[in-house]
Design a protein around this ligand. Sequence first.
Ligand code: SAM
Length: 264
Amino acid sequence: MSAKKFYANAQAYDLAFSDREFDTECDFLIYCLEKYGKLKNQDEKSYLEMACGPARHAREFAKRGWRSVGLDISEDMIAYAFDETKKENLNVEYLVADMVKFKLNKKVALATTLMESIAHLVTNEQMVAHFKSVAKNLKKGGLYIIEATHPMFFFPDGEANTWKTRVNGTHVEVTFGLPTDHYDSVTQQWMLTSKLHIKQKNGADIVTEARHPVRWYLAQEMRALIELSGVWSKYWFFGSMYFTPPKPLDDSEDSDAMVIVLRK
Ligand SMILES: C[S@@+](CC[C@H](N)C(=O)[O-])C[C@H]1O[C@@H](n2cnc3c(N)ncnc32)[C@H](O)[C@@H]1O
């Protein structure tokens, strides 16, 4: 099953990954835009969430009165996000597109790719093309913020990456990588096994399984790709979206992600 197919079960995905503080994460993103952005018109409030999945952040920005856009390669994810947006009576513009190359109707002030979704770009060429495309759709002085996997998780630990969560009485078991997954040390790509096991109240379980290529990035190779793209005027590496002001990316307990802030 491809990544597209796995994410087709959008509702199951949403259940599995909804145990996060979306409003705190959005506060962090806005703090960064105010502190590190250099927009000419500070009133411009527009946001793009790439690889948006259920578009929790795009919806939160819309709630706060921002012009908000959600982009994802999966039609099913976008359909699900659209329905949730309607239920909340919000206004988010949606786009089914590949984040490697896309075009928005109107440029935005702030763009993001959150929760390791950048790992879906598996070659240097894809990453550089992606940077160029994001920059084209961003206002001058605007920011692109990536929440990527912390480099300390680059090397495998031989353990299955499995966790359990419970949302509104529904139990979900998520597996995001097995020790048996094939790793190609030259391309640095994992053929990652993802599984979602939803234990529903009525006893009918939903199980989805997929295998798709992902790549984790080291900080120095990310820096090299940022420089190679030639589209960012300044950039910063931080260690979490849960501290404002942000703390630097390092090996301390406070660093749990690689948060890259890029200014056009
Ligand atoms: C981990 S999920 C996303 C989650 C969302 N950002 C969040 O914070 O919950 C990854 C998403 O990336 C999307 N995706 C994968 N490759 C993509 C690409 N090349 N362009 C756009 N979206 C992509 C998938 O369809 C999926 O919805």
